[in-house]
Design a protein around this ligand. Structure first.
Ligand code: FE
Length: 224
């Protein structure tokens, strides 16, 4: 099950043992997971088909397109946006995109004066339910440590330059509380359908390491 870990167990990520296997196709982590799955299956605790379905869901069906639809709805519908900011888990459940948004999800809104970023400084907690699998860099030690100390530099590394007087707020995720950034709606998108708006919402814009695409970028991407 993704990310239901005890946070402190994740520190071995730092040691990079995984990449020193000699002659093995599988990393140490993959071997451990396989061994654990075998034991649990043999003892009748888990059904391998169920595990496969969970993995498949996160690889194919659950992804940032879900978060993008949530953001587009919030841009298009002020009442929904208010509900999202009050209780994101519950608001998203009312959209019928997910039967249950498992963790306490908090939406944080970007404005002209405040930019939000999410990180898990301890390990890799991430809003799986709405963004799917986390990008590799999200779990990296540089991202986890530098986002808090020098967020503006990290944003620059991601190609995002904000006005000097913009406040940057960094939200530290935990196993209990996850965050999703509600990016600013791009100019020139008045009257757009939710579907068209959703195409502007990138994964990184919902982590805060990017901005939503501009209307011009969207039109270029659509070949218009
Ligand atoms: Fe974590």
């Amino acid at each position: 099950m993704p990310d239901k870990h005890e946070p402190h167990d994740d520190h071995h990520h730092d040691h990079h043992h995984d990449h020193h296997g000699h002659g093995s196709e599988l990393s140490e982590m993959q071997l451990r997971v396989r061994a654990l799955e075998t034991v649990l299956t043999e003892k009748g605790y888990v059904d391998p088909a169920s595990l496969d379905r969970i993995v498949e869901a996160y690889e194919t069906r659950i992804g940032p397109h879900i978060g993008a639809r949530v953001v587009a709805r919030a841009w298009a519908d002020p009442a929904f946006k208010q509900k999202l900011l009050e209780d994101a888990s519950r608001a998203i459940e009312t959209m019928g995109l997910k039967q249950k948004v498992g963790d306490h999800l908090v939406a944080v809104e970007n404005t002209p004066t405040t930019h939000n970023m999410i990180v898990c400084t301890l390990c890799s907690c991430y809003p799986w339910d709405v963004l799917g699998l986390p990008p590799v860099w999200y779990k990296s030690t540089p991202y986890r440590s530098r986002s808090v100390k020098e967020p503006r530099t990290v944003l620059a590394d991601f190609g995002v330059t904000l006005p000097a007087d913009t406040t940057i707020r960094v939200w530290d995720s935990t196993a209990e509380t996850r965050f999703i950034v509600l990016p600013m709606r791009p100019d020139g998108t008045d009257g757009w359908s939710e579907e068209r708006l959703a195409a502007l919402v990138t994964r990184d814009s919902m982590i805060g390491t990017g901005l939503a695409k501009t209307a011009a970028e969207a039109n270029a991407g659509a070949g218009a």
